[in-house]
Unconditional design. Sequence first.
Length: 167
Amino acid sequence: MNTVCQGFAKEKGIAFLPGSSWSFHGKEISYTPYVTEKFPMGQVLRKSIRLRDITMYDLYLPLVQHPNPEAVIPVEKITGPVLLISSKMDYMWSSELAAEQIMKRIKEHRFPYDYRHLSYDYGSHLFVPMDLPSTKFFKGDRGKNKEGGRKARMDSLAKTLEFVSKW
């Protein structure tokens, strides 16, 4: 994510918390609030059923596109290499766009360390280099996409190992 988000918790369903998802030394970190006051459970369920995938993409998209400037994560202050992995089929949230925003910020600030964004056509929100039982819940890793998702996850593992071997 390119911004710190408003928090939410599983209390009587899912509810937004009146503040950030993160704090530092007990002080709340600036955050980008969701564009709705209540968690849109009905909308999330309807879209997930229609898409046949678990999705909260519409909830996160406005945060990624229009973050609170004070809540944008200052990635240029990272003191080491940065590797981002995203999938065009991550319907849980807008990981592809968030990664592009992060890469843009890194380039604008002439980041001195290695950085890379691995973007895949297949795979899902659970972009890990193994077959997990829960991957079947995501469209990017099941049915006709199963083999493409598996190949993308394995490729990301090889490229991650190559990336970290340069440290």
